[in-house]
Design a protein around this ligand. Structure first.
Ligand code: SF4
Ligand code: SF4
Length: 357
C-alpha cells in the first residue's frame, strides 16, 4: 500500500477523474512568479513541485429553479456550497491518499476561506489581522485564487466576467486544488478563445458589479490577461437578489445554505447569461438537448403590495392551512430543544463571492 514510486500526469488525471473530478490540470509552482506574496502558494508549501487543480461542474440543473423562479435553495447548496465543501473535499481526500501512499506530501485545499490576511470578498489586506511568523514570510493565511490556479493549470481562459471559462463548461464549474512535492508533467497554458466579449455578463448583472468598458490587466505565467473592472461589494449585495431585490422573491431573509451566503440571484450575469450565450454559439462542449432560457428573465417589484393568489386562497386559506411569516421566524429562533438560538451576530460562517472563489 505504501510504496514510494514515481507518479506521472496520466496516473494523476486518471485517478482524479475516477474519484469524481470533471476536469484536472497540472501547473508547475513557478507559474506563481510575479503573484503578490500574500497570494503565492509557494509560501504555503515551499517544497511543492506541482499544483493539481480539479474542476467540478456546476450542474446546469442547479440553476433551473432560479431561472424558473420556483426553487432557490438548490443552487446555493448543490451548485455552490456542497461542491466546495462536500463533493470537492471528498475527491481531494482520495487524491491525497493516492499521492501520500506513493510518498508525496500533499496539501488538499478546498475552496473555502476563513483566516486569510486578504479579504476573499474585496481582495483588500486586513490591517491588524495577523503577523508574519518569520521575517520575509507573508501574513497568515495566504489566499490562493482558485480561478487563477485553474488558469495556471491550463484549464481555460479568464473571461470578461472574471471567471475561468473552460472549453467544457464555460463559466459553470468550481475548483479545488492540491499542492504536492511530486514533480508531475504540467499542462500548457490554455491558448484557445472562449470569451468573445459579447458583454452579456455585464448587461445581465443585476448587481451592476461588472464594468462594460473599464478593465483590469495583469500578467500570469507570461500571458497578459484582461477582465472587467469589478465592484465586489456591489456583487455581494447583487448575489442576494439584485441591488433592489428585483431577483429576490422573498419577503424576509432567505436561510443560508450550508453556511454560505444566500446566492439566490443565481449569478444571473456572470454565469447564467454567459452560459446561455456560449451554449447558443456552441463555444463549449457540454451542450444540452433543451434550450436553457425560454422566457425573459423575471423581475419582482417589491413596491407592489403582497397578495395571495386565488389557488392559495382556495386550497390553504379556505381549509385553515395558513400561518404568518412571523410564526416561521419565531419557530426558527428555537433549536430542537425549544431553546432560543444565539443572536445572528454570533454567526461567523464565511460569506463567499463566486468571482473570487
Ligand atoms: S458573457 Fe460574453 S463577454 Fe461575458 S464572459 Fe461570457 S463570453 Fe465573455
Ligand atoms: S454574482 Fe455575477 S451576476 Fe451576480 S452580482 Fe455578482 S457579478 Fe453580478
Amino acid at each position: 500500500m505504501f510504496e514510494h514510486r514515481d507518479i506521472n500526469a496520466l496516473d494523476v488525471k486518471k485517478m482524479a477523474l475516477r474519484y469524481g473530478a470533471d476536469l484536472v490540470g497540472i501547473s508547475p509552482m513557478d507559474r506563481f512568479e510575479g503573484a503578490p506574496k500574500q497570494m503565492d502558494a509557494r509560501y504555503i508549501f515551499p517544497g511543492a513541485k506541482s499544483m493539481i487543480v480539479l474542476g467540478f461542474r456546476i450542474a446546469r440543473g442547479t440553476l433551473r429553479g432560479i431561472e424558473e423562479g420556483t426553487l432557490f435553495s438548490n443552487y446555493p447548496s448543490m451548485g455552490y456550497a456542497a461542491l466546495n465543501q462536500i463533493y470537492g473535499p471528498m475527491v481531494l481526500w482520495n487524491m491525497t491518499r493516492f499521492l501520500e501512499n506513493a510518498g508525496y506530501e500533499t496539501i488538499p485545499m478546498l475552496n473555502t476561506g476563513g483566516g486569510e490576511a486578504i479579504s476573499s470578498v474585496t481582495g483588500n489586506f486586513r490591517n491588524g489581522w495577523s503577523r508574519p511568523v518569520r521575517e520575509g514570510k507573508p501574513y497568515p493565511d495566504v489566499l490562493v485564487s482558485f480561478r487563477m490556479a485553474a488558469y495556471m493549470a491550463g484549464l481555460g481562459e479568464i473571461g470578461w466576467n472574471r471567471l475561468l471559462l473552460t472549453p467544457e463548461f464555460g463559466p459553470r464549474q468550481r475548483f479545488a486544488l492540491l499542492l504536492t512535492d511530486a514533480e508531475i508533467e504540467s499542462d500548457p497554458i490554455y491558448e484557445g478563445k472562449i470569451c468573445d466579449r459579447c458583454k452579456l455578463c455585464v448587461r445581465d448583472c443585476m448587481g451592476k458589479a461588472l464594468s462594460i468598458t473599464e478593465s483590469v490587466k495583469t500578467t500570469v505565467a507570461g500571458h497578459e490577461l484582461e477582465w472587467a473592472k469589478f465592484d465586489p461589494l456591489a456583487c455581494e449585495k447583487g448575489i442576494q437578489g439584485g441591488l433592489d431585490g428585483e431577483l429576490n422573491p422573498f419577503e424576509g431573509d432567505y436561510p443560508r445554505q450550508y453556511g454560505y451566503g444566500r446566492a439566490i440571484e443565481g449569478a444571473c450575469g456572470c454565469i447564467r447569461a454567459c452560459m446561455i450565450h456560449l451554449e447558443e454559439r456552441k463555444r463549449i462542449k457540454n451542450l444540452f438537448r433543451n434550450k436553457f432560457r425560454t422566457q425573459e428573465q423575471w423581475k419582482i417589484d417589491h413596491s407592489k403590495p403582497y397578495e395571495l393568489t386565488q389557488d392559495v386562497i382556495n386550497y390553504y386559506v379556505n381549509n385553515g392551512k395558513i400561518e404568518d411569516y412571523d410564526e416561521y421566524i419565531r419557530y426558527n429562533e428555537r433549536d430542537n430543544y425549544g431553546i432560543k438560538k444565539a443572536d445572528k451576530s454570533d454567526d461567523n460562517s464565511t460569506e463567499h463571492n463566486p468571482l473570487i472563489d
